[in-house]
Design a protein around this ligand. Structure first.
Ligand code: GLY
Length: 593
């Protein structure tokens, strides 16, 4: 096996950066974007919300109708999804909130990523022969990091909302207490994860309350979760991270052999970070900084691709170049990305347009660049974990939020009496250097676990802003989030409407393993043949001989687009998901209420 030489390569690729005189550096995208975005007095006058569940979209509108802004609506949608989509995200997980305040044109990134508990050191996740112990990393108490989502709900409501937290949480509390109809994806997800979940008494209390697993059409109630949400609503941060809920969380984790402490919970903090910004062919792109790897990779890929007028190219060449940009961004992800509170992440270099120009120069338009060979692991099914929603309110405020418990139903562990499904985000650390995690991505020191550290994420909530259009987008999908957001963003830049963006076919390359995967129908036979002729190894559902080659459809993109020319709002909800919903309707601008 050849060990890659990323530092050496990075230096080589940096040469063009060093050779470009500073006078030719572009003006700051931040200043440029904020001024253009904030100055027109234009406001949509109606609101748009796209989320993975119609009940969550409705929760957001309920709060807007009560006089809330996009940030109150984000709290309502986030909490409602935590109730109706426990398969994907919840109070036991974390998330990233990318917010834009139209007055003043300010963007802020709320990092509510989970933090490793003090006892979760790397040695716990290794087998006797030094391999990754996937069961420890994915199932039960040691898989779970300290949740961040409850703290984010409190923070966003208190600092950015117009309504009390209790009002924004009211729809979620109602949905947890009174229940909602089980849908097919929830029933199937439970069946897939049932063996792990039914090991834990607290989880059985929630999901087997009626004696049988959740069945499509039945009403699913979560009274303990309703009480936990009520305590959050009345006591804020302390309602979850101190007091009776915290005690039950710690007791439930310890009863299963884990070791959370009161200090782990009370020490949780959300971080406000500067969003990452870059330019792409007339667009300002505002996206997720570390500890997401998604924004850095998106900046690399889009700035590499900015050198070509993609819509003008032959589809095979366009796809080849896009794949090559993915390969290069994921290589850097492997070595350089981690929690910026713990490691230095060279964001400025990695997201420089001149570094991208250097990477572009290494792409052969005729031939795939081989990634260093490693035994490849199949990438597992990963379309249904994590969730994303997008909001623009009547005043032009916007929220792009991606939240998660990591894999299906996270760790599977609900500490008794809480109704809170704990995440399995510890698997997003590089628990054993160089060994791929559940998404087949690997890492080294930058993403090694440490007490209080946040695991590297792929979640990529993103805004795209041009003088004519504003788009808010994101999707679940593990490491494929990054490339799905890339394809969506390229679709926005090409002028596709919100629904077409959400429906775009998807493909993915992540450096290692050196294969291109794609969802069913993404490549027709001619395109597949041309890509193979350029040297790409394709893993297509159409060719699958084993059941794990690739899931047939990926992601669950939720996007809203504001066309400022005609002052038109559009929502796009991924057609792959039958309970999602994008709605646009009038709500009175806050100033008029
Ligand atoms: N757990 C998925 C992610 O954060 O990328």
């Amino acid at each position: 096996m050849t060990r890659p030489l990323p530092r050496f390569l990075a230096r080589l690729l940096l040469l063009p950066v060093l050779l470009v005189p500073a006078a030719f550096m572009p003006a700051s995208a931040a200043a440029d974007g904020a001024a253009r975005d904030g100055s027109p007095a234009q406001r949509p006058g109606q609101a748009a919300i796209a989320s993975a569940h119609a009940l969550a979209t409705d929760a957001g509108f309920e709060v807007l109708d009560r006089g809330g802004n996009a940030f109150d609506a984000a709290v309502a949608v986030s909490a409602a999804l935590s109730v109706v989509e426990p398969i994907s995200s919840g109070l036991g997980g974390g998330g990233f909130f990318l917010l834009h305040q139209q007055d003043g044109g300010r963007d802020v990134f709320i990092d509510a990523r989970e933090m490793a508990p003090a006892a979760a050191t790397a040695d716990r996740y290794r087998t006797a022969d030094g391999k990754l112990d996937s069961a420890m990393a994915e199932d039960g108490p040691w898989a779970a990091a300290i949740p961040g989502l409850p703290a984010a709900l409190v923070h966003v409501a208190e600092k950015y909302g117009r309504l009390p937290l209790a009002e924004s949480l009211a729809p979620a509390i109602r949905l947890a207490r009174d229940g909602f109809p089980v849908y097919g994806r929830l029933e199937r997800g439970y069946a897939a994860r049932r063996e792990v979940m039914e090991r834990f008494p607290g989880t059985r209390q929630v999901f087997l309350a009626g004696g049988q697993p959740p069945k499509q059409g039945q009403v699913f109630r979560q009274p303990d979760l309703a009480r936990t949400l009520e305590l959050l609503a009345s006591d804020g941060f302390d309602g979850f991270y101190r007091g009776p809920v915290a005690k039950k969380l710690i007791a439930g984790v310890r009863a299963e052999g884990g070791r959370w402490t009161a200090a782990d919970l009370s020490g949780y903090t959300v971080r406000e970070r500067e969003p990452l910004r870059f330019r792409y062919r007339g667009w300002d792109v505002v996206t997720a900084p570390p500890p997401s790897s998604g924004g850095v990779a998106l900046a690399q890929m889009m700035q590499i691709l900015a050198g070509w007028d993609l819509p003008e190219l032959d589809p095979a060449l366009r796809t080849h170049l896009t794949i090559e940009s993915m390969r290069r961004a994921f290589r850097d992800r492997t070595f350089y990305l981690g929690d910026p509170d713990f490691v230095h992440v060279p964001v400025e270099v990695l997201t420089s347009p001149y570094y991208a120009a250097g990477l572009r120069a290494t792409i052969n338009p005729e031939k795939a660049t081989p990634s260093d060979m490693l035994p490849g692991l199949p990438t597992p099914l990963e379309d249904e974990e994590t969730t994303h929603f997008s909001i623009i309110d009547a005043d032009g405020n916007r929220a792009a939020v991606t939240q998660t418990v990591n894999l299906l139903f996270g760790s599977g562990l609900v500490p008794p009496g809480t109704g809170v499904m704990l995440n399995n985000e510890m698997d997003d650390f590089a628990l054993v250097p160089g060994q791929p995690n559940a998404f087949g991505v690997m890492g080294f020191e930058a993403n090694a676990p440490e007490p209080g550290k946040r695991p590297l994420s792929s979640m990529t909530p993103t805004f795209m802003v041009s003088p004519e259009r504003v788009a808010v987008l994101g999707t679940p999908g593990g490491s494929r989030i990054i490339t799905m957001v890339l394809l969506g963003a390229l679709g926005v830049a090409e002028g596709l409407d919100a629904q077409a963006v959400a429906a775009l076919p998807r493909y993915h390359q992540q450096w290692m393993p050196d294969v291109v995967s794609a969802e069913s129908g993404a490549f027709d036979a001619d395109l597949a043949a041309k890509l193979r002729a350029k040297g790409h190894t394709l893993r297509l559902p159409e060719d699958a001989v084993s059941g794990r080659a690739s899931s047939h459809t990926w992601g669950n993109m939720q996007t809203v687009v504001w066309d400022r020319r005609g002052n038109v709002l559009e929502g796009g909800s991924d057609p792959r998901n039958d309970v999602g919903s994008a709605k646009v309707r009038a709500v009175a601008p806050a100033a008029a209420r």
